[in-house]
Design a protein around this ligand. Sequence first.
Ligand code: FES
Length: 199
Amino acid sequence: MNEQEKPDKTRRNLIVATSAVGAVAGLGAAVPFVASMWPSERAKAAGAPIEVDLSLIAPGEIKTFEWRGKPVWVIRRTQEMLASLKAAEGRLSDPASKASEQPKYAENEYRSQKPEIMVMEGVCTHLGCSPQMKPADAKGEMGGDWVGGFYCPCHGSKFDLAGRVFRGAPAPVNLKVPPYEFITDGTLVIGEDKEKKGA
Ligand code: FES
């Protein structure tokens, strides 16, 4: 090797070494980025839509499902339950749900797509406790004018069977209605929203 070759070789080695470090550093930077783009299976499952078989919910019955870490109630309301909504109206804070949160298709007197099927989050809009269902015959506990609905034991908020809050309660607005859609007459999916999909 003559003396003139030496600097070239050294430079070439330096370039190779630098590229290798760069590649490793690049890989190191790429892995967390790619990982952060793909939620874990658990996270995906927690946020995934939930299918509900409505044949398992009898008239007058409520079932609780977990969606995005929150309880979501599905109630099959009877004609008496639907009539109770009218009876409660004069005592509600936001009877037309103007200040409350629900998808467009639930902006109606029943707060639902189909009057008999009510879907709402079982999370009090005051400080987040989960209210309990109190049927119309719980008048002894809830008062003589009780028509059926929900009671939050934390600070006493009361809601009707459409999740609308009674006046005087600390909860500021009605219970939230999550997005949902019917994929068949007997099946609904919580977390899917036809409107948002542009259908
Ligand atoms: S959290 Fe429901 S009344 Fe306070």
